[in-house]
Design a protein around this ligand. Structure first.
Ligand code: ZN
Length: 485
């Protein structure tokens, strides 16, 4: 038995000005993919475990994942997709893919759908299984060219490995003739706000519970995809995929029950933010810490520039003390701070390097003064529940202490979901009065257990949940809540 296992993941924010070169994917080609991801809490890691257990001959053309950013250049997409296609063209019984589901390229609205159509043409008889992110924007092209599709049931995403086991398990059972997967999908015209998508909060909690109940009752895999609204494409939004053992009618029933439930609760997926100035003034009055100040409009984990200074400047202006802020992405500032050295007192313009044309905003740096406290290479291994065991790098990392605020300045985008991003710098977040994080929901994986209060601060950025700030031109209309119905 020959199995091709590959990872190609990118969540594309079509409003993001952040570029997506090949290096951003940190592609691990061939055997390097196994070395990078074996034993990790990822779908790719689970695929490797299963295929090895089955005694399969395994080819891993590439494992590549980039931080979310703007559309993927055609050449970059081609390099990754061609490698996977070449491996499948050599012949295989199964293809196991760890994809995202919201990849947009310069020329394609649906990068995953195009890849799967090519693979299906190359290997009409292979069993193709796909693990997708909860934020995938599903399409006919994705579902129609795969045999098994399943997505994460958690946001923060802490079940990547379990999803890989689920998909791989069904694929190997199908290869042995033990099951005959039948798959249906569908969507509703709704764009849930990302800030209202957490799977521990209603109404998403109820949808996930229903999908899990359907699986317990015998469906092979039932997945709710919240969708990624910042990909302005025709099929963006909430969808459901149901896989059963040879029973199409049952699969349609699972799908329709979930889609009806989602539509019925659509009002619960609408988010209205509180402006940063008012939110921070309110946070100041909260007695006990740590208080988490969430800069959710500028989340690099959804394509944010991570250098919008709106929330941080308000924290400084209102004189908050005992604050740690993670993080400002500013490679030029890192270079200046490293050159100044630990202990140096320095004044500089920080952040605001990236104009955001989709919002009509220029970059606005913030003048700050402080002391360089710490310089590291920014690497650490994830110990928390999300991406467990994966080695990550923030690039060279500096802590600049203004007196009231310890500002972490980084060379490479990194969303703070694991406390290692601070503890690796010698900062214990549990001891701070305020923790400012540029994140939306993933911070909950590591930080929620530490904090007493969470205050959501709406700043500026291309991950805004205020749809009025974004101009949608491609998504199908009418769609809720852009067109209230
Ligand atoms: Zn996601």
């Amino acid at each position: 038995m020959r199995v091709v296992v590959a990872m190609m993941k990118h969540e594309t924010n079509t409003f993001s000005p952040v570029a997506t070169p090949l290096e951003r994917f940190e592609p691990a080609w061939g055997g390097a993919a196994v070395a990078a991801y074996r034993g990790t809490g990822t779908a790719f890691g689970a695929f490797l475990d299963l295929a090895e257990r089955e005694g399969a001959e395994i080819e891993t053309p590439v494992a590549a994942e980039a931080w979310p950013s703007g559309p993927v250049p055609d050449g970059v997409y081609g390099a990754l997709a061609d490698a996977i296609c070449a491996a499948v063209a050599r012949g295989c019984d199964a293809v196991l893919l760890d994809l995202h589901g919201a990849m947009v390229t310069e020329s394609l609205e649906d990068g995953e759908g195009e890849l799967l159509a090519r693979l299906r043409a190359l290997a009409p008889d292979a069993v193709i299984g796909v693990a997708l992110d909860f934020h995938g924007n599903l399409s006919e092209k994705i579902v129609g060219n795969a045999d098994v599709v399943a997505g994460y049931k958690t946001y923060p995403h802490i079940d990547l490995h379990r999803t890989g086991e689920q998909v791989g398990g069904i694929v190997f059972a199908a290869l042995k003739g033990a099951v005959k997967p039948v798959m249906v999908w569908g969507n509703r015209p709704m764009l849930p706000h990302v800030m209202r998508q957490a799977t521990e909060d209603a109404p998403m909690r109820g949808l996930i519970a229903e999908a899990a109940a359907q699986e317990r009752a015998g469906a092979l895999a039932v997945s709710v995809f919240a969708g990624f609204p910042h990909a302005d494409i025709h099929d963006a939004g909430l969808s459901v995929v149901a896989v059963t053992d040879g029973d199409a009618e049952r699969a349609r029933g699972c799908r329709d029950r979930l889609l009806d439930q989602a539509w019925q609760h659509r009002g619960g997926f609408v988010y209205r933010g509180e402006a940063a100035a008012a939110a921070i003034a309110r946070a100041r009055q909260l007695g006990d810490g740590p208080v988490l100040l969430l800069d959710h409009s500028d989340n690099c984990g959804s394509g944010g520039t991570q250098d919008d200074m709106t929330v941080l400047s308000e924290i400084l202006a209102q004189g908050l003390e005992d604050v740690v802020a993670f993080a400002v992405h500013d490679p030029a500032a890192v270079a200046s701070l490293v050159e100044a050295g630990v202990g140096a007192r320095i004044s500089l313009d920080l952040g605001g390097r990236t104009p955001m044309p989709a919002l009509g905003l220029p970059g606005r740096p913030l003048a700050v003064s402080g002391t360089v406290r710490t310089i590291t290479d920014g690497t650490f291994t994830i110990r928390g529940p999300m991406y467990t065991g994966v080695r990550v790098s923030m690039g060279r990392t500096v802590v600049l202490d203004t007196g009231g605020v310890e500002i972490v300045v980084i060379e490479r985008h990194h969303e703070p979901w694991d406390t290692g991003c601070l503890t690796s710098l010698g900062i214990d977040p549990a001891l701070k009065r305020f923790i400012m994080l540029k994140s939306r929901v993933h911070f909950r994986a590591g930080f929620q257990p530490l904090v007493r209060h969470i205050v959501e601060c709406a700043g500026n950025g291309v991950t805004t949940s205020d749809y009025a700030k974004l101009t949608f031109t491609r998504v199908r209309r009418p769609i809720y809540p852009l067109d209230e119905a």
